[in-house]
Design a protein around this ligand. Structure first.
Ligand code: F6R
Length: 239
């Protein structure tokens, strides 16, 4: 596990973009694992800028996102489908983009379908991750065990509180999500985790130094052979 500490959040985003840009340059038909939330926005802006300059071509790339809320219309501006369109997909030329369907009638079947689709695509080459204040990755919340496959999760109070900022009020935040499981994340050939801000410092500390413990789901990354953690000074303040 490599940890790189940057002066500020902007640098973290650009450093993450560098890794994704080199992945796509090295392997034009990469399968990219993508994330939503505040953390990846700077990275996506840099990738868009390089694409617009003609340096980066995604026309052979396929992407799979980590997660989506359950029961939220994908046209809703806070759905992860809408987020990805607005923040990245509408501005680059990705060949194919995928997110789990949080409105599927049979969510268990959808979870299986999503895992099978990723496997059929050859697996994820590079997975981008943010981290929750509680150490979650994707929406794999603190638990007694690590769940391998894509799963339907009950969001914790801490995650609902954190995500209220994207909605009009807390009552509007969906209580459930469908998320790539820990197995899906660990199967990625390379993982890039980014974190900015002091409210991520404890989760980053526990990920880097703590025991591998499902109460801090990101700690499993310690056993992944190729993980790069990019943090700003605030998120690194407990390291
Ligand atoms: C998003 C996701 C989450 C976020 C995490 C951090 O697809 O899976 O794990 O990465 O909640 O969110 P931000 O970046 O908004 O602090």
């Amino acid at each position: 596990m490599q940890v790189r500490i940057f002066e500020n959040a902007e640098q973290v985003g650009k450093a993450a973009a560098l890794l994704f840009a080199s992945q796509v340059t090295r392997k034009p038909n990469s399968v990219l694992g993508l994330a939503t939330g505040s953390s990846p926005i700077g990275c996506y802006q840099q990738l868009i800028a390089w694409h617009k300059e003609g340096i980066l071509d995604f026309s052979e790339c396929i992407s799979y996102n980590l997660d989506e809320y359950v029961g939220l219309d994908i046209e809703h501006e806070t759905s992860y489908h809408a987020f990805m369109k607005a923040q990245l997909f509408d501005h680059i030329n990705m060949k194919e983009t995928n997110l789990p369907d949080g409105n599927a009638e049979d969510l268990v079947a959808e979870a299986k379908r999503y895992d099978a689709a990723i496997e059929a695509a050859g697996g994820i080459d590079m997975q981008l991750l943010g981290i929750g204040r509680n150490g979650h990755i994707g929406f794999n919340e603190p638990a007694d065990k690590f769940v391998y496959g894509t799963q339907i999760v009950d969001l914790t109070e801490s995650t609902i509180d954190a995500n209220t900022r994207f909605f009009e009020n807390k009552d509007q935040v969906p209580r459930k999500a469908i998320s790539l499981g820990i197995g899906g994340i660990m199967n990625a050939k390379e993982v890039v985790l980014i974190a900015m801000g002091a409210d991520k410092a404890q989760a980053i500390h526990d990920t880097v130094y703590g025991e591998i413990d499902p109460q801090v789901q990101a700690s499993i990354l310690r056993s992944h052979p190729h993980v790069t953690i990019l943090v700003d000074k605030a998120a690194a303040s407990l390291l």
